[in-house]
Design a protein around this ligand. Structure first.
Ligand code: SAH
Length: 253
């Protein structure tokens, strides 16, 4: 070492200082043990539950417990992992987003799920909302129109061990006839009206929750309950969702 230092004709102190600085800069990125990182994420999740969910009026204890259990950081791209528990939507690729935690909680609460319910979700995206629903209901069938997103969600949900989720790539506008009728249906993309095939696949007494409205215009989060075959609609809050794609865009629909 000393010969190298004298060869370079620099002060040894300067070399040691440089080495120490290099090591210091590497440590936070590379050497934080996985367990410690994990506990940071558990803590971030608790803060999210208390401040952004309970603090903003989410009351359903089953929903809060489900969201405390699902590791949201695994559903966002690696480079955004540090923002996973912030109360905002994040990009997940293919121009789509994972919904913000508060909206995921609100929609889950509005579905009023029982442990025996069957659920249909349109717009799997990252699979995060799917995982939350799977902890609240008996089965979740979820449809995604973008194959790369659906495939990624399937791999992750399998790795996490969810056994009551079934995923399909396709246009959710048409629902999933063979799996229906459903006790609850959730759309995580906005449409100007309730897609007719989905309404047909909702059981009597069932709940359908969706962002109602057109792209770029104001959207409302609504719940439609099926009562004697007719929708009883409740309007909750303004939301901003990506639009439902596919058949819904055809003028005749
Ligand atoms: N619940 C998701 C949010 C995804 S954003 C999450 O938590 O990550 C809405 C998703 O709906 C996008 O992935 C988009 O590709 C999908 N989508 C849009 N139109 C669709 C359609 N007709 N059928 C199924 N999925 C659709």
């Amino acid at each position: 070492m000393n010969t190298i230092i004298s060869f370079l004709k620099v002060s040894p102190k300067l070399v040691y200082l440089f080495c120490a600085l290099a090591l210091f800069l590497q440590i936070p990125e590379r050497y934080v043990p996985a367990a410690e990182r994990e506990s940071g994420e558990v803590a971030a999740r608790r803060i999210m539950i208390e401040r952004d969910l309970r603090g903003r009026g989410i009351k359903d204890e089953r929903v809060l417990a489900a969201m405390e259990a699902v590791p949201r950081h695994l559903f966002v791209p690696d480079r955004l992992r540090d923002s996973a528990y912030a109360d905002r939507p994040l990009p997940i690729g293919a121009g789509q987003t994972i919904s913000q935690p508060y909206i995921v909680a609100l929609m889950s609460e509005l579905l009023a799920l029982k442990a025996t319910d069957t659920v249909l979700e349109i717009g799997t995206g990252s699979g995060y909302q799917t995982a939350v629903l799977a902890r609240l209901a008996a089965t979740v069938s979820s449809i995604e129109i973008v194959p790369s997103l659906g495939d990624r969600a399937k791999k992750l949900l399998d790795e996490l061990g969810y056994k009551n989720i079934e995923l399909k790539i396709g246009d959710g506008f048409f629902g999933w006839e063979e799996r229906g009728p459903f006790d609850a249906i959730l759309l995580t993309a906005a449409a100007p009206k309730i897609p007719e095939p989905l309404w047909r696949q909702l059981r009597e007494g069932g709940r359908l929750v969706m962002p109602l409205g057109e792209e770029g215009k104001s959207q409302r989060l609504i719940r439609a309950k099926k009562s004697a075959g007719q929708p009883v609609i409740e309007d909750f809050t303004a939301v901003l969702f990506v639009p439902l794609r596919g058949a819904v865009e055809e003028p005749s629909r």
